[in-house]
Design a protein around this ligand. Structure first.
Ligand SMILES: Nc1ncnc2c1ncn2[C@@H]1O[C@H](COP(=O)(O)OP(=O)(O)OP(=O)(O)O)[C@@H](O)[C@H]1O
Ligand SMILES: [Mg+2]
Length: 373
C-alpha cells in the first residue's frame, strides 16, 4: 500500500518539528527517512501510525485519508526505537499479543506466531522472557510482533541502534530479505547513511521539518541538491563561486575569495556569471606526487586522520581547505607540511541547486530542468 503525507505540520510547545512536510512512499517500496537526531523522524512515524495527531495536513494510505482512523485500524506494524516488548510475557506471547486482541482462534495464533518466529530465526527461543534475550534477539521479537498482524505498511524506527556491529550486519540483511519476501511497504528511519545506502529503494532526507530530497541512494549520495544533504551524506567539500566561462562540454568555475578555477562538466543550469555552489566527495579526490586529471592543484597537507582502510586528509590550497579520502597505499605521501598534487576530474564536481525541495521531489522534472521543484 502506498503512503502519502501532504503538508504535515506538527509542533510541541510552540517548537515546530514538522513544517509542511510532503512525502510519497510507493507500494512495496523500502523507503528510508534519513536525518540527524532530534529532526522529527520518530514524530513522523508516530503521525503515520496514528499515535500522534498532526496539527495540519493529510495522511493517505492506499489513497484513503486516514487522519481520523485510530492506530489499530490503519493496518500498520510498528517497530519502536526502544523495542517496547512486554517484560512479563514470553517471546511467543509477545508476538501473539496483537492477534489475541484481534480475537483470532488459538490454532490460527499458533500457526502465525510459529511462522513469523521462524522467519526471524527465533523459534528456539519462544519460551524465553525479554530479560533473557540479547539486544538483537529482542529486536527480532519486535519485528515478528509487527509482522504477525500482516500489516499493509511496516514502520521501523532505528531498529538496529541497540545491536552491535556484527549483529547489525546480519539483522540488516535479514530485514532486507524479509521485506523483499513479503513485499510490504516499509518506512525505515535512521541517522546512519550506510544503512540508507544498503537498504533503501529510495531515501528521503529530513531537515528542519521538511524532506529536502527524495531519490534512490546513488542519486542522494552522488547528486545531492542542497548543502545540508551534501554534508550529511559525506560530500564535505562545498565550494561557493561563479561560472566564468562555458565552452561545449566544459565550464570554468571560479571560487569566491580565491584565484582558483575548476574545470567542471557543463550542466544545463549553468550560465555565465551564475553564482552557484559545487560539491565534491572526498573519495573522488586523489593525491599524487605528479599532476593528473583536468583539475590539479598544488596544496599543503594540514592534517591526516587514520580511519581503518582509508586516511582522511585535510589539504590547504590558497584560501581553500579540502578533504580527501585516500587508501592506505598513499600513506607515504601524507606528511603534514609537505606539498602534494590534489587531482579530480570535472565530472567529480556536482552543482547544488541551493533550494530545498518544497514538494516531493519529481525526479524526472528535476533532472530535465536540473533544479528542485
Ligand atoms: N511528546 C513530545 N513532547 C514534546 N516534545 C517532543 C515530543 N516528542 C518529540 N518532541 C520533540 O520533537 C523533536 C523531534 O523529536 P523526535 O523524537 O521526533 O526526533 P528524532 O529525529 O526521532 O530523534 P532521534 O534520532 O534522537 O530519535 C525533539 O526536539 C523532541 O524534543
Ligand atoms: Mg527517534
Amino acid at each position: 500500500m502506498s503512503v502519502i503525507l501532504e503538508n504535515i505540520t506538527k509542533s510541541f510547545n510552540k517548537q515546530k518539528v514538522l513544517d509542511n512536510l510532503n512525502l510519497e512512499v510507493k507500494k512495496g517500496e523500502f523507503h528510508v527517512i534519513l536525518g540527524p537526531s532530534g529532526e522529527g523522524k520518530s514524530t513522523l512515524l508516530s503521525i503515520i501510525s496514528g499515535l500522534i495527531k498532526p496539527d495540519a495536513g493529510k495522511i493517505l494510505i492506499d489513497g484513503d485519508i486516514v487522519n481520523d482512523l485510530p492506530p489499530q485500524k490503519r493496518g500498520i506494524g510498528f517497530v519502536f526505537q526502544d523495542f517496547a516488548l512486554f517484560p512479563h510475557l514470553t517471546v511467543f506471547e509477545n508476538v501473539a499479543y496483537g492477534l489475541k486482541i484481534r480475537s483470532l482462534s488459538n490454532k490460527e495464533i499458533e500457526d502465525k506466531v510459529t511462522f513469523y518466529l521462524e522467519m526471524v530465526g527465533l523459534e528456539k527461543h519462544k519460551d524465553k522472557f525479554p530479560s533473557e534475550l540479547s539486544g538483537g534477539q529482542k529486536q527480532r521479537v519486535a519485528l515478528a510482533r509487527a509482522l504477525v498482524i500482516e500489516p499493509k505498511v511496516l514502520l521501523l524506527d532505528e531498529p538496529l541502534s541497540h545491536v552491535d556491529a556484527w549483529q547489525r550486519e546480519k539483522l540488516r540483511e535479514d530485514l532486507k530479505t524479509i521485506q523483499q519476501k513479503t513485499g510490504i511497504t516499509t518506512i525505515y528511519v535512521t541517522h546512519d547513511r550506510l544503512e540508507a545506502i544498503l537498504l533503501a529503494d529510495k531515501v528521503s532526507v529530513l531537515h528542519q521539518g521538511r524532506i529536502e530530497q527524495t531519490e534512490p541512494p546513488k542519486e542522494i549520495f552522488y547528486q545531492p541538491k542542497t548543502s545540508f544533504v551534501a554534508r550529511f551524506v559525506g560530500a564535505t567539500n562545498i565550494f561557493k563561486g561563479c561560472i566564468i566561462e562555458i565552452a561545449g562540454e566544459r565550464a570554468k568555475f571560479k571560487l569566491d575569495d580565491s584565484n582558483l578555477i575548476f574545470t567542471v562538466k557543463n550542466y544545463p543550469i549553468f550560465k555565465e556569471k551564475k553564482e552557484i555552489s559545487l560539491c565534491l566527495h572526498p573519495e573522488k579526490v586523489s593525491l599524487s606526487t605528479v599532476p593528473k586529471e583536468e583539475n590539479h592543484f598544488l596544496g599543503e597537507i594540514i592534517d591526516v586522520k587514520f580511519l581503518g582502510m582509508y586516511f582522511r586528509v585535510l589539504i590547504g590550497m590558497e584560501n581553500v581547505e579540502l578533504e580527501a579520502l585516500v587508501p592506505k597505499e598513499q600513506v607515504s605521501l601524507l606528511v603534514p607540511g609537505e606539498n602534494v598534487w590534489i587531482c579530480f576530474s570535472p565530472e567529480a564536481l556536482h552543482p547544488l541547486c541551493g533550494r530545498p525541495c518544497r514538494q516531493p521531489c519529481d525526479l524526472r522534472k528535476c533532472k530535465t530542468e536540473n533544479r528542485c521543484h
